[in-house]
Design a protein around this ligand. Structure first.
Ligand SMILES: [Zn+2]
Length: 253
């Protein structure tokens, strides 16, 4: 079979089947049977339906690159569990002013590598669920280059080689609701240079325009390589996201 070339290393054949677009551990709650909670995907122009499984694609990655992504996902799995209950880990998490959570034990460059594996996969995905999440080719290539240099085959290599990486200069913010919210999985462009992803009440706002002057998001941005910041949003913000998504959905009916 004539396989395409892996989209990450651009070297090996993309022999891997069933590559996850969203890390499996982040999707856990979304695809579990939880009564009283939404288990929907939102695609403009399509009827709501129940998601049976996380979204996977064939022949986008080679086995080696799939492994490299798995290594960083495994490393970050535990941090996401801790964020749900960060007050139990006072040495690792400090709540600053303006509901900003500072994650002192997470290295910002490693965090960047992890977050960009999600943004990049969403951007290259052919799944119709993510067809409204589009990032310019130039930016996608910049991210790919960073990931290709930084992702490694095993944890010791990963942890020993990220310090000298040059990182992309795009702003991104991480948001989390104060209280547990309805479960959602969505990714779409707010406009040409603002890209929103919400996975299980954890959100990434990515700005593909490097000049984010005077924007309120600058002070909570993770573009800097000094600290990892998470904005804990009031639940009204999440409800307005939900409303916007429902609105988009119902407008298309
Ligand atoms: Zn590859």
């Amino acid at each position: 079979m004539n396989l395409p070339i892996c989209k990450l290393c651009l070297t090996n054949k993309a022999d891997k089947m069933n590559s996850h677009i969203i890390p499996k551990f982040l999707c856990k709650g979304i695809f579990a049977e939880i009564p009283h909670r939404h288990t929907l995907r939102f695609v403009k122009g399509e009827k709501e339906r129940k998601a049976q499984d996380s979204i996977k694609e064939d022949n986008i990655l080679c086995t080696n690159c799939e492994k490299r992504i798995e290594v960083i996902e495994t490393y970050f799995g535990r941090f996401f569990k801790e964020w749900e209950n960060f007050t139990a880990f006072p040495e690792q998490y400090t709540l600053l002013d303006k509901n900003l959570l500072l994650c002192t034990k997470v290295h910002p460059i490693l965090f960047k590598l992890f977050i960009y594996t999600i943004i990049w996969r969403l951007a290259i995905s052919h799944s119709k669920e993510f067809k409204n999440y589009k990032i310019s080719e130039k930016v996608v290539e910049n991210i790919r280059d960073f990931l290709n240099a930084g992702l490694k085959n095993n944890k010791p290599q990963l942890l020993n080689s990220f310090e000298d990486l040059s990182t992309p200069l795009f702003h991104f913010c991480i948001i989390k609701p104060k209280l547990p919210e309805n479960i959602l999985l969505t990714a779409y462009n707010i406009n040409n240079s603002v890209h929103l992803t919400i996975i299980n009440a954890f959100g990434i706002i990515f700005f593909s325009d490097e000049n984010l002057n005077n924007n309120v998001f600058v002070e909570v941005s993770n573009v800097q390589n000094k600290q990892v910041l998470i904005s804990i949003g009031d639940n009204e913000i999440w409800q307005s996201f939900n409303q916007k998504i429902f609105q988009t959905f119902s407008d298309s009916q």
